[in-house]
Write a protein that binds this ligand. Structure first.
Ligand code: GUN
Ligand code: FE
Length: 428
Protein backbone atom coordinates (compact mmCIF):
# COMPACT_ATOMS: atom_id res chain seq x y z
CA UNK A 1 0.00 0.00 0.00
CA UNK A 2 2.93 2.34 -0.40
CA UNK A 3 3.74 2.20 -4.10
CA UNK A 4 2.40 5.14 -6.06
CA UNK A 5 3.56 5.36 -9.64
CA UNK A 6 3.62 8.58 -11.57
CA UNK A 7 3.82 8.76 -15.35
CA UNK A 8 4.30 12.07 -17.15
CA UNK A 9 2.31 12.72 -20.34
CA UNK A 10 0.56 9.36 -20.20
CA UNK A 11 -2.25 8.66 -22.65
CA UNK A 12 -5.30 7.18 -20.88
CA UNK A 13 -7.41 5.47 -23.57
CA UNK A 14 -11.06 4.79 -22.74
CA UNK A 15 -13.37 2.30 -24.38
CA UNK A 16 -17.04 3.07 -25.07
CA UNK A 17 -18.30 1.25 -21.96
CA UNK A 18 -16.48 3.42 -19.46
CA UNK A 19 -13.38 1.36 -18.83
CA UNK A 20 -9.73 2.20 -19.33
CA UNK A 21 -8.74 0.19 -22.40
CA UNK A 22 -5.05 1.02 -22.33
CA UNK A 23 -2.55 3.40 -20.79
CA UNK A 24 0.28 4.40 -23.06
CA UNK A 25 3.55 5.84 -21.80
CA UNK A 26 5.69 8.32 -23.66
CA UNK A 27 8.31 5.63 -24.12
CA UNK A 28 5.88 3.20 -25.82
CA UNK A 29 6.39 2.69 -29.54
CA UNK A 30 2.95 3.76 -30.71
CA UNK A 31 2.59 6.74 -28.36
CA UNK A 32 2.92 9.39 -31.06
CA UNK A 33 0.69 7.54 -33.52
CA UNK A 34 -2.14 6.99 -31.02
CA UNK A 35 -1.94 10.58 -29.84
CA UNK A 36 -2.06 11.90 -33.39
CA UNK A 37 -5.01 9.71 -34.31
CA UNK A 38 -6.95 10.86 -31.23
CA UNK A 39 -6.19 14.45 -32.07
CA UNK A 40 -7.34 13.93 -35.65
CA UNK A 41 -10.72 12.51 -34.64
CA UNK A 42 -11.15 15.04 -31.82
CA UNK A 43 -11.16 12.54 -28.94
CA UNK A 44 -7.98 13.86 -27.32
CA UNK A 45 -8.32 15.78 -24.05
CA UNK A 46 -5.10 17.50 -23.09
CA UNK A 47 -4.15 18.85 -19.69
CA UNK A 48 -1.99 21.73 -18.50
CA UNK A 49 1.46 21.00 -17.01
CA UNK A 50 0.14 21.75 -13.49
CA UNK A 51 -2.74 19.26 -13.79
CA UNK A 52 -2.63 15.65 -12.59
CA UNK A 53 -4.97 12.71 -13.10
CA UNK A 54 -5.83 10.63 -10.04
CA UNK A 55 -8.33 7.82 -9.51
CA UNK A 56 -11.72 9.00 -8.23
CA UNK A 57 -12.32 8.49 -4.53
CA UNK A 58 -14.69 6.03 -2.88
CA UNK A 59 -16.57 7.23 0.19
CA UNK A 60 -17.12 3.95 2.03
CA UNK A 61 -19.44 5.35 4.70
CA UNK A 62 -21.74 8.36 4.53
CA UNK A 63 -25.21 9.19 5.86
CA UNK A 64 -26.86 11.14 3.03
CA UNK A 65 -29.76 12.48 5.13
CA UNK A 66 -27.37 13.96 7.69
CA UNK A 67 -25.81 16.43 5.23
CA UNK A 68 -27.84 19.37 6.64
CA UNK A 69 -26.27 18.67 10.07
CA UNK A 70 -22.63 18.42 8.96
CA UNK A 71 -20.58 20.38 11.46
CA UNK A 72 -23.26 20.33 14.13
CA UNK A 73 -23.28 18.99 17.69
CA UNK A 74 -19.96 17.22 17.56
CA UNK A 75 -19.55 17.69 21.31
CA UNK A 76 -22.29 15.17 22.24
CA UNK A 77 -21.72 11.47 22.91
CA UNK A 78 -23.05 9.16 20.19
CA UNK A 79 -26.38 8.02 21.61
CA UNK A 80 -27.27 11.50 22.86
CA UNK A 81 -26.31 12.96 19.47
CA UNK A 82 -28.51 10.40 17.69
CA UNK A 83 -31.56 11.19 19.84
CA UNK A 84 -31.15 14.95 19.92
CA UNK A 85 -29.90 15.81 16.43
CA UNK A 86 -29.83 12.87 14.07
CA UNK A 87 -33.14 11.05 14.42
CA UNK A 88 -35.22 14.28 14.26
CA UNK A 89 -33.44 15.26 11.04
CA UNK A 90 -33.71 11.81 9.42
CA UNK A 91 -37.44 11.74 10.24
CA UNK A 92 -37.91 14.75 7.94
CA UNK A 93 -37.26 12.66 4.83
CA UNK A 94 -40.85 11.56 4.62
CA UNK A 95 -41.05 14.96 2.93
CA UNK A 96 -39.95 14.17 -0.62
CA UNK A 97 -39.30 17.78 -1.58
CA UNK A 98 -36.83 18.05 1.29
CA UNK A 99 -35.22 14.75 0.25
CA UNK A 100 -34.80 15.89 -3.36
CA UNK A 101 -33.31 19.20 -2.30
CA UNK A 102 -30.74 17.70 0.06
CA UNK A 103 -29.84 14.64 -2.01
CA UNK A 104 -29.29 16.55 -5.26
CA UNK A 105 -27.08 19.00 -3.42
CA UNK A 106 -25.07 16.31 -1.62
CA UNK A 107 -24.38 14.17 -4.68
CA UNK A 108 -23.06 17.20 -6.55
CA UNK A 109 -21.00 18.24 -3.54
CA UNK A 110 -19.37 14.81 -3.34
CA UNK A 111 -18.62 14.71 -7.07
CA UNK A 112 -17.13 18.19 -6.82
CA UNK A 113 -14.84 16.78 -4.11
CA UNK A 114 -13.65 13.95 -6.34
CA UNK A 115 -15.86 11.21 -4.87
CA UNK A 116 -16.98 9.04 -7.79
CA UNK A 117 -18.51 6.19 -5.75
CA UNK A 118 -20.30 6.38 -2.41
CA UNK A 119 -21.74 3.82 -0.01
CA UNK A 120 -24.73 5.60 1.48
CA UNK A 121 -27.00 5.12 4.45
CA UNK A 122 -30.41 6.57 3.53
CA UNK A 123 -33.33 6.73 5.94
CA UNK A 124 -36.16 4.33 6.74
CA UNK A 125 -38.22 5.91 3.91
CA UNK A 126 -38.04 4.13 0.56
CA UNK A 127 -39.53 6.99 -1.45
CA UNK A 128 -36.74 9.26 -0.23
CA UNK A 129 -34.11 6.55 -0.70
CA UNK A 130 -35.21 6.25 -4.32
CA UNK A 131 -34.71 10.01 -4.70
CA UNK A 132 -31.12 9.50 -3.59
CA UNK A 133 -30.68 6.80 -6.24
CA UNK A 134 -32.19 9.13 -8.85
CA UNK A 135 -29.90 11.98 -7.79
CA UNK A 136 -26.89 9.65 -8.25
CA UNK A 137 -28.07 8.74 -11.75
CA UNK A 138 -28.89 12.34 -12.65
CA UNK A 139 -25.50 13.71 -11.60
CA UNK A 140 -23.50 10.66 -12.64
CA UNK A 141 -22.30 9.06 -9.40
CA UNK A 142 -22.06 5.34 -8.65
CA UNK A 143 -24.18 4.90 -5.55
CA UNK A 144 -24.56 2.01 -3.13
CA UNK A 145 -27.66 2.87 -1.15
CA UNK A 146 -29.26 1.36 1.93
CA UNK A 147 -32.75 1.64 3.30
CA UNK A 148 -31.96 1.97 7.00
CA UNK A 149 -33.55 -0.74 9.13
CA UNK A 150 -34.25 0.20 12.76
CA UNK A 151 -37.13 -1.51 14.53
CA UNK A 152 -36.03 -1.79 18.17
CA UNK A 153 -38.63 0.27 20.06
CA UNK A 154 -36.28 0.62 23.02
CA UNK A 155 -33.54 2.33 21.06
CA UNK A 156 -35.45 4.23 18.40
CA UNK A 157 -38.02 7.03 18.83
CA UNK A 158 -41.72 6.47 18.08
CA UNK A 159 -41.63 9.09 15.36
CA UNK A 160 -38.72 7.42 13.52
CA UNK A 161 -38.67 3.62 13.50
CA UNK A 162 -39.78 0.64 11.47
CA UNK A 163 -43.11 -0.49 12.92
CA UNK A 164 -41.91 -4.10 13.31
CA UNK A 165 -39.15 -6.47 12.25
CA UNK A 166 -41.39 -7.64 9.40
CA UNK A 167 -41.80 -4.08 8.17
CA UNK A 168 -38.03 -3.46 8.33
CA UNK A 169 -37.33 -6.59 6.29
CA UNK A 170 -40.22 -6.15 3.82
CA UNK A 171 -39.30 -2.53 3.15
CA UNK A 172 -35.69 -3.56 2.57
CA UNK A 173 -36.82 -6.15 0.05
CA UNK A 174 -39.13 -3.63 -1.60
CA UNK A 175 -36.22 -1.21 -1.98
CA UNK A 176 -34.10 -3.91 -3.61
CA UNK A 177 -36.87 -4.36 -6.19
CA UNK A 178 -37.36 -0.64 -6.71
CA UNK A 179 -33.67 -0.05 -7.40
CA UNK A 180 -33.76 -2.98 -9.81
CA UNK A 181 -36.56 -1.27 -11.74
CA UNK A 182 -34.80 2.08 -11.70
CA UNK A 183 -31.65 0.44 -13.07
CA UNK A 184 -33.56 -0.59 -16.21
CA UNK A 185 -33.53 3.09 -17.14
CA UNK A 186 -29.78 3.73 -16.85
CA UNK A 187 -26.31 2.41 -17.62
CA UNK A 188 -25.00 3.80 -14.35
CA UNK A 189 -26.29 1.03 -12.10
CA UNK A 190 -27.08 1.80 -8.48
CA UNK A 191 -26.77 -0.94 -5.89
CA UNK A 192 -29.19 -1.54 -3.01
CA UNK A 193 -27.50 -2.37 0.28
CA UNK A 194 -28.89 -4.29 3.26
CA UNK A 195 -28.55 -1.82 6.13
CA UNK A 196 -29.26 -2.69 9.75
CA UNK A 197 -28.39 0.66 11.37
CA UNK A 198 -26.43 -1.01 14.16
CA UNK A 199 -27.11 -3.76 16.66
CA UNK A 200 -28.80 -1.53 19.27
CA UNK A 201 -31.33 -0.14 16.73
CA UNK A 202 -32.49 -3.59 15.63
CA UNK A 203 -34.33 -6.54 17.16
CA UNK A 204 -32.99 -10.10 16.83
CA UNK A 205 -35.88 -10.77 14.41
CA UNK A 206 -34.94 -7.97 12.00
CA UNK A 207 -31.25 -8.91 12.15
CA UNK A 208 -32.25 -12.47 11.26
CA UNK A 209 -34.51 -11.36 8.40
CA UNK A 210 -31.88 -9.02 6.98
CA UNK A 211 -29.23 -11.74 7.17
CA UNK A 212 -31.61 -13.97 5.20
CA UNK A 213 -32.03 -11.25 2.55
CA UNK A 214 -28.25 -10.86 2.28
CA UNK A 215 -28.01 -14.55 1.42
CA UNK A 216 -31.06 -14.59 -0.86
CA UNK A 217 -29.94 -11.64 -3.00
CA UNK A 218 -26.15 -11.81 -2.53
CA UNK A 219 -26.12 -8.05 -1.98
CA UNK A 220 -23.75 -5.85 0.04
CA UNK A 221 -24.44 -5.31 3.73
CA UNK A 222 -23.50 -2.23 5.74
CA UNK A 223 -23.75 -1.38 9.40
CA UNK A 224 -21.80 0.17 12.25
CA UNK A 225 -19.68 -2.19 14.31
CA UNK A 226 -17.89 -1.48 17.59
CA UNK A 227 -17.86 2.25 16.93
CA UNK A 228 -18.10 3.41 20.53
CA UNK A 229 -17.74 2.13 24.07
CA UNK A 230 -21.51 2.45 24.40
CA UNK A 231 -22.28 0.37 21.28
CA UNK A 232 -19.68 -2.23 22.17
CA UNK A 233 -21.09 -2.50 25.69
CA UNK A 234 -24.66 -2.79 24.41
CA UNK A 235 -23.94 -6.02 22.52
CA UNK A 236 -22.16 -7.56 25.49
CA UNK A 237 -25.00 -6.69 27.82
CA UNK A 238 -27.93 -7.70 25.59
CA UNK A 239 -26.47 -10.63 23.65
CA UNK A 240 -23.53 -11.72 25.84
CA UNK A 241 -21.53 -11.54 22.65
CA UNK A 242 -19.19 -9.07 21.04
CA UNK A 243 -20.81 -6.65 18.57
CA UNK A 244 -19.12 -8.37 15.60
CA UNK A 245 -20.21 -11.82 16.79
CA UNK A 246 -23.84 -10.70 17.00
CA UNK A 247 -23.76 -9.53 13.37
CA UNK A 248 -22.00 -12.74 12.35
CA UNK A 249 -24.55 -14.85 14.23
CA UNK A 250 -27.30 -13.38 12.04
CA UNK A 251 -25.43 -13.92 8.78
CA UNK A 252 -24.57 -10.26 8.25
CA UNK A 253 -20.77 -10.57 8.11
CA UNK A 254 -20.45 -11.64 4.48
CA UNK A 255 -17.60 -10.90 2.10
CA UNK A 256 -19.75 -8.06 0.78
CA UNK A 257 -20.18 -6.49 4.22
CA UNK A 258 -18.77 -3.09 5.12
CA UNK A 259 -18.67 -2.20 8.81
CA UNK A 260 -18.19 1.43 9.75
CA UNK A 261 -15.67 2.62 12.34
CA UNK A 262 -14.55 -0.52 14.18
CA UNK A 263 -12.49 1.50 16.63
CA UNK A 264 -13.26 -0.94 19.46
CA UNK A 265 -12.62 -4.14 17.49
CA UNK A 266 -10.04 -6.51 18.96
CA UNK A 267 -7.73 -9.08 17.37
CA UNK A 268 -10.46 -11.75 17.60
CA UNK A 269 -12.76 -9.48 15.56
CA UNK A 270 -10.03 -8.70 12.99
CA UNK A 271 -9.50 -12.41 12.47
CA UNK A 272 -13.23 -12.93 11.99
CA UNK A 273 -13.35 -10.06 9.49
CA UNK A 274 -10.34 -11.40 7.59
CA UNK A 275 -11.77 -14.92 7.47
CA UNK A 276 -15.19 -13.76 6.20
CA UNK A 277 -13.87 -11.01 3.91
CA UNK A 278 -15.60 -8.21 5.83
CA UNK A 279 -14.35 -4.67 5.22
CA UNK A 280 -13.92 -1.78 7.64
CA UNK A 281 -14.88 1.77 6.64
CA UNK A 282 -12.36 3.91 8.46
CA UNK A 283 -13.87 7.30 9.33
CA UNK A 284 -10.98 9.20 10.92
CA UNK A 285 -12.67 12.59 11.35
CA UNK A 286 -15.81 11.13 12.88
CA UNK A 287 -13.78 8.87 15.14
CA UNK A 288 -12.18 11.90 16.79
CA UNK A 289 -15.64 12.86 18.03
CA UNK A 290 -17.57 9.62 18.49
CA UNK A 291 -15.17 6.69 18.19
CA UNK A 292 -13.66 6.67 21.67
CA UNK A 293 -10.41 5.43 20.11
CA UNK A 294 -8.19 5.64 17.04
CA UNK A 295 -8.56 2.82 14.51
CA UNK A 296 -5.08 1.23 14.35
CA UNK A 297 -5.00 1.08 10.55
CA UNK A 298 -1.58 -0.58 10.36
CA UNK A 299 -2.69 -3.34 12.67
CA UNK A 300 -5.94 -3.83 10.75
CA UNK A 301 -4.10 -4.06 7.41
CA UNK A 302 -1.55 -6.46 8.95
CA UNK A 303 -4.52 -8.73 9.74
CA UNK A 304 -5.45 -8.61 6.01
CA UNK A 305 -8.77 -6.93 6.69
CA UNK A 306 -10.11 -4.96 3.71
CA UNK A 307 -10.22 -1.27 4.63
CA UNK A 308 -11.45 1.89 2.94
CA UNK A 309 -12.13 5.49 3.93
CA UNK A 310 -15.43 7.16 4.82
CA UNK A 311 -16.56 10.67 5.68
CA UNK A 312 -19.38 9.47 7.98
CA UNK A 313 -21.28 12.68 7.46
CA UNK A 314 -22.47 14.06 9.87
CA UNK A 315 -20.46 12.24 12.52
CA UNK A 316 -17.64 13.66 10.43
CA UNK A 317 -18.04 17.30 9.44
CA UNK A 318 -16.39 17.18 6.00
CA UNK A 319 -17.65 15.78 2.68
CA UNK A 320 -14.06 15.66 1.42
CA UNK A 321 -12.02 12.47 1.36
CA UNK A 322 -8.90 14.64 1.03
CA UNK A 323 -9.68 15.96 4.52
CA UNK A 324 -10.15 12.40 5.71
CA UNK A 325 -6.86 11.29 4.16
CA UNK A 326 -5.14 14.03 6.16
CA UNK A 327 -6.96 13.13 9.36
CA UNK A 328 -6.16 9.43 8.89
CA UNK A 329 -2.47 10.31 8.80
CA UNK A 330 -2.71 12.77 11.71
CA UNK A 331 -4.69 10.44 13.96
CA UNK A 332 -2.26 7.59 13.31
CA UNK A 333 0.65 9.81 14.31
CA UNK A 334 -1.08 10.77 17.55
CA UNK A 335 -1.72 7.09 18.22
CA UNK A 336 1.96 6.32 17.71
CA UNK A 337 3.42 9.18 19.70
CA UNK A 338 0.77 9.47 22.36
CA UNK A 339 -0.16 12.72 23.97
CA UNK A 340 1.03 12.58 27.58
CA UNK A 341 4.04 14.84 27.54
CA UNK A 342 4.92 13.81 31.10
CA UNK A 343 6.00 10.40 29.83
CA UNK A 344 9.31 9.84 28.07
CA UNK A 345 8.90 9.64 24.27
CA UNK A 346 9.55 5.90 24.10
CA UNK A 347 6.75 5.21 26.57
CA UNK A 348 4.10 7.26 24.78
CA UNK A 349 1.50 5.85 22.44
CA UNK A 350 1.42 2.64 20.42
CA UNK A 351 4.62 1.95 18.52
CA UNK A 352 4.54 1.41 14.75
CA UNK A 353 1.10 2.97 14.25
CA UNK A 354 1.81 5.93 11.98
CA UNK A 355 0.60 5.48 8.42
CA UNK A 356 1.90 7.34 5.39
CA UNK A 357 -0.20 9.58 3.18
CA UNK A 358 0.21 6.92 0.50
CA UNK A 359 -1.50 4.36 2.70
CA UNK A 360 -4.32 6.83 3.41
CA UNK A 361 -4.67 7.42 -0.35
CA UNK A 362 -4.80 3.66 -0.87
CA UNK A 363 -7.74 3.51 1.55
CA UNK A 364 -9.62 6.23 -0.37
CA UNK A 365 -9.09 4.45 -3.71
CA UNK A 366 -8.19 0.76 -4.06
CA UNK A 367 -9.05 -0.10 -0.46
CA UNK A 368 -12.61 1.13 -0.95
CA UNK A 369 -12.84 -0.49 -4.40
CA UNK A 370 -11.87 -3.92 -3.03
CA UNK A 371 -14.37 -3.53 -0.20
CA UNK A 372 -17.15 -3.04 -2.78
CA UNK A 373 -15.79 -5.60 -5.29
CA UNK A 374 -15.37 -2.84 -7.86
CA UNK A 375 -12.75 -2.69 -10.57
CA UNK A 376 -11.84 0.93 -9.89
CA UNK A 377 -9.42 3.00 -7.82
CA UNK A 378 -6.42 2.61 -10.11
CA UNK A 379 -5.41 4.03 -13.48
CA UNK A 380 -4.72 0.85 -15.44
CA UNK A 381 -6.18 -1.16 -18.31
CA UNK A 382 -9.34 -2.98 -17.29
CA UNK A 383 -10.27 -0.52 -14.54
CA UNK A 384 -13.29 1.77 -14.63
CA UNK A 385 -12.53 5.27 -15.91
CA UNK A 386 -13.41 6.96 -12.59
CA UNK A 387 -10.97 9.83 -12.56
CA UNK A 388 -10.30 13.26 -11.15
CA UNK A 389 -8.10 15.97 -12.64
CA UNK A 390 -6.51 18.15 -9.97
CA UNK A 391 -4.17 21.09 -10.24
CA UNK A 392 -1.19 21.59 -7.96
CA UNK A 393 -1.57 24.72 -5.90
CA UNK A 394 1.88 25.74 -4.71
CA UNK A 395 4.04 24.75 -7.67
CA UNK A 396 7.01 27.09 -7.34
CA UNK A 397 9.82 24.56 -7.54
CA UNK A 398 10.77 21.42 -9.45
CA UNK A 399 9.34 18.78 -7.09
CA UNK A 400 9.86 15.09 -7.70
CA UNK A 401 6.87 12.78 -8.18
CA UNK A 402 6.57 11.74 -4.52
CA UNK A 403 6.65 15.35 -3.38
CA UNK A 404 4.06 16.39 -5.93
CA UNK A 405 1.83 13.56 -4.78
CA UNK A 406 2.19 14.56 -1.14
CA UNK A 407 1.45 18.20 -1.88
CA UNK A 408 -1.62 17.24 -3.92
CA UNK A 409 -2.94 15.24 -0.97
CA UNK A 410 -2.46 18.12 1.48
CA UNK A 411 -3.26 21.16 -0.67
CA UNK A 412 -6.18 20.08 -2.85
CA UNK A 413 -9.49 21.77 -2.12
CA UNK A 414 -12.61 21.76 -4.26
CA UNK A 415 -11.22 24.60 -6.38
CA UNK A 416 -8.26 22.47 -7.52
CA UNK A 417 -10.48 19.52 -8.52
CA UNK A 418 -11.10 20.76 -12.04
CA UNK A 419 -12.59 17.74 -13.77
CA UNK A 420 -14.24 14.55 -12.54
CA UNK A 421 -15.20 11.49 -14.60
CA UNK A 422 -17.34 8.49 -13.71
CA UNK A 423 -17.24 5.59 -16.20
CA UNK A 424 -15.60 7.98 -18.61
CA UNK A 425 -18.46 10.47 -18.42
CA UNK A 426 -17.53 13.97 -17.35
CA UNK A 427 -19.53 14.86 -14.24
CA UNK A 428 -17.68 18.03 -13.18
N1 GUN B 1 -24.48 4.51 14.94
C1 GUN B 1 -25.78 4.37 14.66
N2 GUN B 1 -26.23 5.34 13.87
C2 GUN B 1 -25.18 6.13 13.63
C3 GUN B 1 -25.01 7.32 12.86
O1 GUN B 1 -25.93 7.85 12.25
N3 GUN B 1 -23.76 7.84 12.83
C4 GUN B 1 -22.73 7.29 13.50
N4 GUN B 1 -21.52 7.84 13.42
N5 GUN B 1 -22.86 6.19 14.24
C5 GUN B 1 -24.08 5.62 14.30
FE1 FE C 1 -22.02 6.31 10.53
Amino acid sequence: QTAITYQPQQLICLDTSGYIARVINQTDADYAAVRQAAQANATLTTLRPDQYVLPGFIDLHIHAPQWPNAGLALDRPLNEWLDTYTFPLEAKYQDLDFAKLVYNDLVQELLANGTTTALYFGTIHNAANLELAKACIKHGQRGFIGKVAMDNPEQTPDYYQDASAQVAVDQTEQFIQQVGELNQTTDLKQTPVITPRFVPSCTPASLQGLGDLARKYDLPVQSHCSESDWENGYALEHYQMRDADVLDHYGLLTNKAVMAHGTQLNDHDYELFAKQGVAIAHCPISNVYFGNAVLPVKRVLAHHVKTGLGTDISGGYSPSLYQNIRQAVMSSRLLQDGVDNQLPTNQRGVSDSAISVKTAFYLATLGGAKSLHLQTGKIAAGYLADLQVVSLKNAFQADDADNIFEKLMYQTSQAEIEQVYVRGERVK
